[in-house]
Design a protein around this ligand. Structure first.
Ligand SMILES: Nc1ncnc2c1ncn2[C@@H]1O[C@H](COP(=O)(O)OP(=O)(O)OP(=O)(O)O)[C@@H](O)[C@H]1O
Ligand SMILES: [Mg+2]
Length: 254
């Protein structure tokens, strides 16, 4: 279970997160939606302890352990995972080496090159990733959809406790969307993995059934509900939530 309490963060002198509260119980799938630039990706980065962001308040608790003061590697080892909206390319770092290091860190084992290839092959086939990808440099020259598939490969290998998937459904074809949904559903069922799925689109949500939907506006979660909230957003747009927020605070102040 991931608990996020009153999370505030800034870049330079710009406040981006202004009090995010979330509770993601084990095995639940939560969706985070919201207009461009409201802080969804920033939330993912801050939860993983990215150094570019300064956390100014709040606590992050994973399965009862307060990980607020953990660095990124410690958070990953504890079971947090972030699939990037914009995966970073690292020329010079081979995909196979990168994945093997992640695997060893997370599972606290030492696995040799040959053994790791066996582990990774079945997952490559499932995700329809060409085996030659292993000997290429990380995300270097990969297409947009290929990079997203590599993020999913990491997810399948690492088996985190909580996975934050930032726009994993953007730029991937319809077949890959179904595979993404299959990986999510399987991990949830076999390992009790919890998911925070950041998305702009309803499509993926037809394949994975979310337990809760949250709307982020201006650096905090302003509304939560079930799938009917997604349908209402498709119909009405975000102004509808903004107005509701104002109405709610107006009536609260009466
Ligand atoms: N490293 C940074 N330096 C400067 N500004 C930043 C940085 N990271 C984020 N921001 C700003 O913080 C705001 C929130 O950005 P963020 O990427 O979290 O938005 P988002 O909700 O994920 O949007 P989108 O739906 O477009 O992906 C934006 O105005 C962005 O320009
Ligand atoms: Mg984003």
């Amino acid at each position: 279970m991931l608990v996020v309490q009153n999370l505030h963060a800034r870049v330079g002198d710009k406040d981006i997160l202004k009090g995010v509260n979330l509770e993601i119980p084990e095995g639940e799938i939560h969706v985070v939606m919201g207009p461009n630039g409201v802080g969804k990706s920033t939330m993912g980065h801050v939860l993983l302890g990215h150094k570019s962001y300064e956390q100014t308040a709040g606590r992050i608790i994973l399965d009862g352990t307060d990980i607020t003061d953990f660095d990124t590697a410690q958070r990953a080892k504890a079971g947090l995972f972030l699939a990037f909206q914009y995966p970073v390319s690292i020329p010079g770092l081979r995909v196979s080496e990168y994945l093997r290091n992640l695997y060893c860190l997370r599972h606290n084992v030492q696995v040799g090159v040959a053994e790791f290839r066996k582990i990774v092959r079945e997952k490559l086939d499932m995700l329809n990733i060409d085996r030659s990808a292993l000997s290429r440099y990380l995300n270097d020259g990969f297409s947009g959809g290929e990079m997203k598939r590599l993020e999913m490969l990491q997810l399948a290998l690492i088996k985190p406790k909580v996975a934050i998937l930032d726009e994993i459904d953007s730029g991937v074809d319809v077949d890959a969307q179904k595979t993404v949904a299959e990986v999510i559903t399987r991990l949830r069922e076999t390992d009790g993995t919890s998911f925070v799925i950041i998305t702009h689109y309803q499509r993926l949500l037809n394949f994975v059934k979310p337990d809760k939907v949250h709307v982020v506006l201006d650096g905090r979660v302003t509304r939560s509900g079930d799938m009917s909230l997604v349908q209402a957003l498709e119909r009405e747009g975000y102004d509808w939530v903004r107005q509701m927020g104002e109405t709610a605070s107006a009536s609260a102040s009466l």
